[in-house]
Design a protein around this ligand. Structure first.
Ligand code: SF4
Length: 478
């Protein structure tokens, strides 16, 4: 097919077993697909070419995007850190509600949505923009194993931290290959109900729980989250089972996130999770002894803040995808009583980007504005420098009560394409303005909840243009 050229070349895949008659078995996920010559596995991005297992998505990606670490349900590792998010194509699951289905389900991905990166280019982007954490995220990094492992090694050698955000339906051998190069794991456990896993995600639960334990035992930083799907997995029982798993098979100090669902993909005949069910889940988990339990995709709640478990001091406040340290020492202890807050800090956090009171005088800028509306509280901004010389683009938050927010400056290399998120960070913030000089262009992409990679420009219509439902979902009985 003309618009599927991205799948034409293959890269040698690891974790392969050769079987008779040119068949190969893939040991990357617990599916262990047996693949005949010319065929591909369930994920559609690992294939048998001439009796060899190959990766079809090596270096093929969605656009690299600067976000904040809170986007990845990581609240206890350098809060507020800027991260470089890298997503790819394909998935070893097929969840009925996937909000990244346009990239996780490879059959929907067209060449126009695919960007090509080498490991060196990814690390260079992070370094050029002063970003200390690379996040392997969105669709799912499991099916990008070779590219993730090789790039994470290079990044690690250059002092960059690697974050792995995944549904973690992965084999123990693959986890063992990740542990030397990944510093932070954010694991999305879809439910604690084995039947739900089979029915809604097309995977199965026990390998996910075992892989999560494997990471925990290694001492790597781990946080877990679960999407509370309206009327399916937002029950008190699910919260109880999740808290029991974290408390007994991991440890009560592991931060746990209950995440709000929005209708998407095949599951559009429903509503967002009622916030009171998420708050109830959090109370249940706290009562069962977990130390830090948070809500996700909920803005106007105190249940995203961090308090000292000893003296009760407020340590970190969060609004959406943004965090502010208000009671934490540089070493990660409570500023009030000195108790270890179990928040890992980077030894030398990067300086934030420069903020100027005004745009540079004597330069003409085109501007684009985006106003938060409804549940759209974040936007991806893509800027492109079409010139052969360096440029700088700017963005500014619009606040009702504090109009002088200043312009954040983003340096752009010649011919560079860059993408970053702007998310509502105060309740009086109404939107964002982007200003680009001659030689640069910008486009805006509405973000619906965290860790969502939108493929449609805002100018093409509402967010619904990006969550077009497939044939109507038939709700399974509970
Ligand atoms: S990664 Fe999983 S789904 Fe993909 S080919 Fe390997 S075993 Fe199959």
């Amino acid at each position: 097919m003309a618009n599927r050229k991205w799948r034409e070349s293959g890269y040698p895949a690891r974790l392969a077993e050769k079987l008779p008659d040119g068949v190969v078995r893939c040991h990357l996920s617990p599916r262990n697909c047996k693949i005949r010559p010319g065929q591909h596995g369930f994920c559609m991005v690992r294939a048998n070419r001439g009796g060899e297992l190959v990766s079809l998505n090596y270096g093929r990606s969605v656009h690299a995007t600067e976000e904040t670490i809170e986007t990845e349900a990581v609240f206890h590792y350098e809060p507020g850190a800027r991260i470089l998010s890298m997503g790819n194509i394909g998935c070893m699951l097929n969840c009925d509600y996937c909000h990244n289905w346009k990239t996780s389900q490879a059959r929907f991905v067209e060449d126009k949505d695919v960007f090509h990166y080498t490991p060196e280019e990814v690390v260079d982007i992070a370094e050029r923009h002063g970003i200390q954490v690379i996040s392997w995220t969105y669709n799912d990094p499991v099916v990008w194993h070779e590219f993730v492992s090789e790039t994470a090694r290079l990044a690690s050698d250059r002092g960059i931290v690697n974050l792995y955000k995944s549904a973690f339906f992965i084999s123990p051998e693959a986890v063992a290959e990740l542990l030397p190069v990944i510093d932070i794991f954010s694991i999305s456990i879809k439910s604690m109900d084995p039947k739900y896993y089979r029915r809604v995600t097309k995977g199965w639960i026990e390998p996910v729980l075992e892989a999560t334990e494997q990471v925990y035992r290694s001492g790597r930083h781990v946080e877990v989250s679960t999407l509370m799907v309206t009327d399916l997995s937002d029950t008190e029982q699910n919260a109880r089972d999740m808290a029991r798993f974290v408390g007994e098979r991991l440890g009560p100090e592991v931060p746990t996130h209950f995440v709000r669902f929005h209708p998407d993909y095949k599951m559009t005949d429903t509503v967002r999770t009622p916030v009171e069910r998420l708050e109830r889940a959090r109370r249940v988990a706290l009562d069962m002894g977990l130390e830090h339990v948070y809500l996700g995709n909920v803005y106007d709640t105190e249940s995203t803040n961090t308090w000292c478990r000893s003296c009760g001091l407020l340590q970190i406040t969060r609004y959406g995808l943004n965090a502010r340290l208000v009671g934490l020492t540089p070493g990660g202890a409570c500023a009030g009583c000195g108790t270890d807050a179990r928040v890992r800090r980077l030894p030398h956090p990067a300086a934030p980007p420069a903020v100027l009171p005004d745009l540079p005088a004597g330069e003409r800028h085109d501007s684009a504005r985006f106003d938060w509306h409804g549940d759209i509280r974040a936007v991806h901004v893509r800027v492109v420098n079409t010139a052969d010389s360096p440029r700088a683009v700017f963005h500014r938050r619009l606040r009702r009560d504090h109009p002088d927010t200043g312009w954040t400056r983003i340096p752009m290399a010649p011919r560079e394409s860059y993408r970053f998120i702007s998310a509502q960070s105060f309740d009086d913030e109404t939107g964002v303005v982007v200003a680009v000089p001659d030689g640069c262009t910008s486009s805006l992409h509405q973000v619906f909840d965290r860790a969502h990679f939108p493929t449609t420009e805002a100018s093409a219509g509402t967010v619904n243009a990006d969550v077009t439902p497939l044939p109507r979902y038939v709700r399974p009985s509970r």
